[in-house]
Ligand binder design. Structure first.
Ligand SMILES: Cc1ncc(C[n+]2csc(CCOP(=O)(O)OP(=O)(O)O)c2C)c(N)n1
Ligand SMILES: [Mg+2]
Length: 359
């Protein structure tokens, strides 16, 4: 009841600034469109934040190899510019929700690397007290709502976060991330419909990393331009060079401003790439080593910023080495903690669970 009453009030008060159709796509340097420039401080922030994710994930990969991490573990290496650029465009309090490739999102939201790593190793100091693992961590304080293993489910829940923001009129925007594979899920479209109908403040970020497990996007998707996936609901969308943090921040700002102003949801297709396998047990037979090497060499998001810091912002190698060392220190500290913190007491098996007893 309350929802529809408020919806009517809002619908009358907000005009749609942008045409309700897919927009022309600023695709960054590769497509010839210049990405907005970053100041030295912005490039430094992007560099630090992306490097922290990269080194953290490399360490997680090592710990997994050593048998310290059990269960699922999906690495985000290669995709760092997406979440870092989006966080640069967002405001404190804006919520983030994503799937299982989630460690980067947690760190970008400001969650403690120790708590994330300790959750991966199943220790007491982990964000879910060692009982959740890689795909099940949350931080209300940092507005991170998981960490979801059911492909596409986070889009429905993220739409709910947007509904809560809209209902409370708190000016927050929910950022709901999913993959190219997840974008073919039915619940995604039910969510799109409701979000547009109620003009909810949600930005849907589709991280198109070209594969869903071992299936190339061209083999699984009839429409591979994901920015068009909202057309039948009148949701505007853009394709973005997700390897260029400046292009991400710029498009992210446009989308977030649009949603925050009460115009409804927005879709951003981030064209990105994951360097590692789908999870830790991926035979990688579906793509060539050359394809991965070419991406790393020519489009690496961190290397692009590093080059700018050296060539445009006049920094020297020693200054960057100091940043690298600081990042390694944070990651090593997290790894030490996660290797020595005790495991949860067995009695914890009976806490934090919801039991429904039916007669
Ligand atoms: C509802 C559901 N169906 C299938 C799976 C198995 N599954 C896990 S990941 C995945 C691929 C998803 O790919 P994409 O959305 O592109 O995300 P990416 O792994 O590339 O980040 C599938 C099919 C699942 N976890 N949940
Ligand atoms: Mg994918």
């Amino acid at each position: 009841m309350a929802v529809s009453a408020r919806r009517t009030a809002r619908a009358g008060s907000t005009g749609r600034a942008a045409a309700a159709k897919t927009r022309g796509a600023p695709k960054g340097e590769e497509a010839g469109a210049p990405a907005s420039s970053f100041s030295k401080d912005e490039d430094l922030q992007a560099y630090r934040d992306m490097l922290l994710i990269r080194r953290f994930e490399e360490k997680a990969g090592q710990l997994y190899g050593m048998g310290l991490i059990g269960g699922f573990c999906h690495l985000y290496i290669g995709q760092e510019a997406v979440v870092v650029g989006m966080q640069m465009a967002s405001r404190e309090g804006d919520e983030v929700i994503t799937g299982y490739r989630d460690h980067g999102h947690m760190l970008a939201c400001g969650m403690d690397p120790r708590g994330v790593m300790a959750e991966l190793t199943g220790r007491r100091g982990g964000y879910s007290k060692g009982k959740g693992g890689s795909m099940h961590m949350f931080s209300k304080e940092k507005a991170f709502y998981g960490g979801h293993g059911i492909v596409g489910a986070q889009i429905a829940i993220g739409t709910g976060l947007g509904l809560a923001n809209w209902y409370r009129e708190d000016g927050k925007v929910a950022l709901a991330y999913c993959g190219d594979g997840a974008a073919n899920q039915g619940q995604v479209y039910e969510s799109f419909n409701m979000a547009e109908l109620w003009k909810l403040p949600v930005v849907y970020v589709i991280e198109n990393n070209k594969y869903a497990m071992g299936t190339a996007v061209t083999r699984a998707s009839a429409q591979t331009d994901f920015s068009k996936r909202g057309v039948s609901f009148n949701i505007p969308g853009e394709q973005v060079d997700g390897m260029d943090v400046r292009a991400v921040r710029e498009a992210g700002q446009r989308a977030i401003d649009f949603a925050r102003a009460g115009n409804g949801p927005y879709i951003l297709e981030m064209q990105t790439y994951r360097y590692r396998g789908h999870s830790m047990s991926d035979p990688a037979k579906y793509r060539s080593k050359d394809e991965v090497a070419k991406m790393r060499e020519e489009r690496d998001p961190i290397e692009m910023v590093r080059k700018r810091l050296l060539e445009t912002h006049g920094m020297d190698e020693d200054e960057l080495k100091k940043i690298d060392a600081k990042v390694r220190e944070i990651v090593n500290d997290a790894s030490e903690f996660a290797s020595h913190d005790p495991e949860p007491d067995p009695s914890e098996l009976w806490t934090d669970i919801l039991l429904e007893v039916r007669a």
